[in-house]
Design a protein around this ligand. Structure first.
Ligand code: ZN
Length: 244
């Protein structure tokens, strides 16, 4: 990663979330020259590994190892770097040291933008916690008084990626990202998630649905042939000098 390259940070509660929800954005920005870094706070070893547990003769360490391998393979396909905090899940809990560890990632990566979960998700309390930690770590990393002398971070935009149940999570996209040109990569990353095969086609349908909506929003006269898209909701106002 050169000093001048643009960077982005993705904070995923469990080790597969980034694939379904932001795999297209990761592959797209990697293609555009961004160095994208992913933090997986937990392996999702209890809550999102049902198929692995059903294999029998499993224990938490084996499940975590399998989940790490899958997530690493998916990140490799997408062209991103990944690190694992191994915070546990169901429940995932963070102490102050974890928060500082994430703030240090912000300082190190200096992201141009940040992706994480929706602030609400009544189906999964680890997801909003990941977003809360992300935002709090961002604020700490902005503070001159935290590890004085280090380069602080600016104000990178933060986006929520799509939760599994958007309506119940009160999530509404205000950005539709055209991921058509990298869909093959996203689907290849999705296929690394052998433990959650039931979601492969589901998230293909989500991408197609968002693609139709994106195409409708660019207008029928546009030459853009959008097939697949990802939805995002911005946390902060987007700053722009042009409204077209
Ligand atoms: Zn999750």
């Amino acid at each position: 990663m050169s000093a001048s390259s643009k960077t982005a940070l993705v904070v995923s509660a469990h080790s597969a979330d980034f694939v379904w929800r932001a795999g297209g954005a990761i592959a797209l920005h990697t293609l555009q020259g961004y160095a994208v870094h992913i933090v997986c706070l937990s392996f999702g070893e209890r809550g999102e590994s049902a198929k692995l547990w059903r294999k029998g003769e499993m224990n938490e360490e084996k499940v975590k190892a399998a989940r790490r391998q899958e997530a690493q393979a998916a990140a490799d396909v997408l062209g991103a770097s990944v690190e694992f905090f191994d915070m546990g899940d169901y429940p995932m809990r963070a102490d102050k040291e974890t928060l500082f560890r994430l703030a240090d990632v912000f300082r190190r990566v200096q992201p141009e933008f940040v992706l994480s979960h929706s602030p609400k998700d009544p189906y999964n309390y680890d997801h909003p916690l990941a977003m809360n930690l992300t935002q709090e770590a961002r604020i700490i990393a902005q503070a001159e008084g935290y590890r004085p002398g280090e380069k602080i971070v600016g104000a990178p935009p933060v986006y929520s990626f799509e939760p599994h149940q958007p309506e119940q999570s009160e999530w509404r996209p205000d950005v539709l990202l055209d991921i058509t040109q990298v869909w093959d990569k996203k689907y290849a990353a999705i296929q690394c998630m052998a433990g959650q095969e039931h979601l492969w086609e589901y998230y293909t349908r989500v991408a197609l649905q968002r693609g139709v909506q994106a195409k409708r929003n660019v207008g029928i006269t546009s030459s853009r042939d959008i097939v697949y898209a990802e939805g995002y909701q911005s946390v902060f106002p987007r700053i722009t000098e042009n409204l077209s």
